[in-house]
Design a protein around this ligand. Structure first.
Ligand code: 5PN
Ligand code: ZN
Ligand code: ZN
Length: 254
């Protein structure tokens, strides 16, 4: 059996305000940040954690976020760079169902969709202040796109040997971070939106998009502790500076 490989699939970038990245702290002003998916090529399947945003959706619903996405930064384009086709993906896992993490699900029609039970409920009946975040529901539309084959999860789950989903609620109701163990390097801990950037972690400052700020802060602390315990490297969801240093497909971690 081949060993596990991890590919980061570049998904383009969006703009939000500095006060959204650093809640009540800022500084304000435009911040352009990356979006990406994580393909774990594993003996038990090909697992894709997060699928970025759908450019058409953002242009229509949130044009003020100024989406940049080339064809190579769509899910099919980025998979191709890594040497895969959408049909090869066996499992889709979304950290949560904000539009910038599930926009490419609609391409992955052969995959099983792993989903936190609470997150699916939350995105189907969002609080008023969550409606924009949960505005792209194409992934859940049964008729004209596809019928996702959901498997609902709760708690901490090892979805395949060495791939563990960690509950990190607060940003949303049912958020999952992901820890991946590899043969040849430190474990990789993908925070998802439980921590946008290294600076959020280092300054104990959560993002302004959240369901529960106290739970958000606790989840960020949980990730810090987990990284220390496992000697894991933290990979942040929207950190332009760190992202430059990450290896992107066709490169991979193993
Ligand atoms: C990138 C981004 N923009 C807007 C929102 C929102 O309203 O909730 C989450 C979110 C985002 O991640
Ligand atoms: Zn989010
Ligand atoms: Zn996000």
């Amino acid at each position: 059996m081949s060993d596990t490989k991890v590919y980061l699939l570049d998904g383009g970038s969006l703009v939000i305000d500095g006060f959204h990245v650093f809640w009540n702290r800022g500084p304000g002003g435009e911040v352009r940040f990356p979006c990406y998916g994580v393909l774990v090529d594993h003996p038990e399947g090909k697992f894709l954690y997060d699928t970025g945003f759908d450019k058409e959706h953002v242009e229509k619903v949130l044009p003020f976020e100024k989406p940049l996405q080339t064809d190579a930064q769509t899910v099919p384009g980025a998979l191709k760079l890594a040497g895969f086709r959408p049909e090869d993906v066996t499992h889709v896992i979304n950290s949560h169902y904000h539009f910038d993490h599930c926009g490419g699900n609609k391409y992955l029609t052969s995959a099983k969709t792993l989903c936190h039970k609470t997150e699916l409920e939350a995105c189907r009946s969002p609080e008023p202040f969550e409606q924009l975040g949960y505005s792209d529901r194409a992934f859940d539309i049964a008729d004209d796109i596809y019928t996702p084959n959901y498997e609902l999860l709760e708690g901490q789950v090892e979805i395949a040997k060495g791939i563990c989903l960690i509950e990190t609620p607060g940003h949303t109701a049912g958020h999952y971070s992901m820890l991946v163990e590899l043969k040849g390097r430190r474990p990789m801990l993908f925070t998802g939106d439980a921590c946008y950037t290294r600076q959020n972690m280092d300054t104990d400052c959560i993002s302004s998009f959240h369901l529960d700020p106290v739970a958000s802060l606790n989840s960020m602390h949980q990730l810090r502790t987990l990284a220390e315990e496992h000697d894991a490297e933290l990979f942040y969801s929207h950190d332009a500076e760190s992202y430059e240093e990450y290896l992107k497909a066709p490169g991979y971690y193993e």
